[in-house]
Write a protein that binds this ligand. Structure first.
Ligand SMILES: NC(=O)C1=CN([C@@H]2O[C@H](COP(=O)(O)OP(=O)(O)OC[C@H]3O[C@@H](n4cnc5c(N)ncnc54)[C@H](O)[C@@H]3O)[C@@H](O)[C@H]2O)C=CC1
Ligand SMILES: N[C@@H](CC=O)C(=O)O
Ligand code: NA
Length: 429
């Protein structure tokens, strides 16, 4: 049996995981793929680094593009990361040559998916990226294959393992944000530049890919993105008392005017919702469709094993000869702008750091009254001397009213520091 010969770039967490998995499960993978899958050529930044895997029988290349040009490979696997530079050059070179590409690189697919799809179609070279969304969870397969018949109302979920790990550890152990982030990096969950995770961009890349398959590609620069950097221990405590958990969510919904409503932001979800129980490095991908109904699948969204499992599943698909359109349709429409969120109504959580003295509540509530924002619940905790944290939960209000009220609240002398606003998302299972 002629093996499927792989040229692989990037020997970090995922690259090493792929080599280990291919070797450890070789017999099963060969049986399922119909032929052996072998890594025959590699590259990474350092040739001499000991990665705990034997590469002595593997051809070494000094750069990624040269792997993609290797005449003795059948498939390119890109596991370097980054939307530009060697990762992009390598993928473009391979597709132009007509070589299939498997990548875990969500930034590359989210930002250059349309151009890469054109290259893929022109050269009849498949482009697969199951590992790019929610690590080991078959998220792409769920939406592109499993739900191919339905016109989904929504897609999204908890899409970043690092952030979910940080929020879970901060809540359950009271540990510090920076300390938990360092641990997530050591476990191989975080991106090379961890602000990509904590500022919401990684979730945004994954959401853009899911929305592109479920609806149509979105113009990435129109997607509103907020990360978890401003979520404090006080917010986690307030949320707990109110019967909620804080989760970084990315959601895309088909809006009434046939546009796409999409956002990435930390939200309060009811503690009894199934998605609230998705903790640590686990992700959850959730869909809702008129025929398929609600579906939520969860699993490990980052780390060596789960991500390698998704990469190798794509390789098995290629070995089997699967012919899967990149975005699930043969002709990919041009990206569309996300619709404005201003008119959308929701309840919100607002946390303020205020002077702890009489008259403060009157100042705050008069601002909210002026913006027609009605308050459902208020709670207070001591902060620094003479200061208090106030948590307000609003009734349903349009986002633009909340934004205007926050601007006015921020300008009050009694309000110190920037308020935090979190959407209350109670429509998920
Ligand atoms: N770590 C995880 O849990 C997951 C990672 N991913 C994606 O997988 C990709 C790889 O991630 P990790 O393995 O975590 O990264 P990593 O930082 O552990 O490994 C990156 C590898 O790329 C190599 N590299 C860097 N610059 C290079 C260059 N110019 N030429 C050749 N090699 C170069 C490095 O030497 C290293 O071996 C990224 O796109 C990431 O977003 C996707 C899902 C989960
Ligand atoms: N940094 C990402 C890795 C997987 O995509 C995450 O934490 O989810
Ligand atoms: Na996946």
């Amino acid at each position: 049996m002629k093996p499927l010969r792989i040229g692989l770039a990037g020997l970090g967490t995922v690259g090493v995981g792929v080599i280990r998995l291919l070797r450890e499960n070789a017999e099963t993978i060969t049986a399922r793929a119909g032929r052996p899958i072998e890594v025959v050529a590699v590259t990474a930044r350092s040739k001499s680094k000991d990665r705990g895997v034997d590469l002595s029988a593997t051809r070494w290349h000094d750069d990624a593009v040269s792997v993609a040009q290797d005449p003795e490979i059948d498939v390119v696997v890109e596991l370097i990361g980054g939307s530009e530079g060697p990762a992009r050059d390598m993928v473009e070179t391979a597709l132009t040559r007509g070589l299939p590409v498997v990548t875990a690189n969500k930034a590359l697919v989210a930002l250059h998916g349309s151009a890469l799809t054109r290259l893929s179609a022109e050269n009849n070279a498949p482009l697969l990226f199951e590992a790019a969304v929610a690590g080991g969870i078959p998220a792409i397969k769920l939406v592109r294959e499993g739900l191919a018949a339905d016109r989904l109302h929504s897609v999204g979920g908890i899409l970043n393992g690092t952030c979910n790990y940080i929020l879970t550890e901060m809540r359950t152990t009271g540990r510090d944000f920076g300390d938990v982030l360092t641990e997530a990096q050591a476990k191989g969950y975080a991106e090379a530049e961890p602000s990509t995770d904590v500022d919401g961009w990684d979730t945004a890349h994954k959401l853009a890919i899911l929305a592109g398959i479920a609806f149509q590609p979105i113009a990435f620069d129109t997607l509103p993105v907020h990360g978890i950097r401003d979520v404090t221990a006080a917010d986690l405590t307030f949320a707990n008392e109110l019967g909620y958990r804080i989760k970084l969510l990315g959601m895309a919904r088909a809006s009434k005017d046939s546009g796409i409503e999409a956002w990435v932001r930390p939200c309060l979800v009811p503690a009894k919702a199934a998605i609230a129980a998705v903790e640590g490095v686990f992700n959850a991908v959730t869909t809702q469709g008129p025929f398929s109904g609600p579906i939520t699948i969860s699993g490990r969204g980052a780390g060596e094993g789960p991500t390698a499992s998704a990469v190798v599943a794509d390789l098995i698909d290629l070995a089997r000869g699967a012919d899967l359109p990149v975005w699930g349709v043969r002709n990919t429409p041009a990206p569309v702008a996300c619709t404005s969120l201003g008119e959308l109504k929701s309840a919100f959580y607002i946390r303020l750091d205020v002077e702890d003295r009489s008259g403060v509540m009157a100042d705050l509530t008069s601002v909210l009254r002026d913006h027609d924002v009605s308050v459902h619940f208020v709670s207070q905790h001591d902060a620094a001397a003479g200061r208090a944290y106030l948590a307000l939960v609003t009734h349903q209000a349009p986002e633009k009213a909340i934004s205007a009220a926050i601007t006015a609240l921020s300008a009050l002398p009694v309000v110190k520091g920037a308020p935090l606003v979190l959407k209350i998302e109670d429509s998920l299972q």
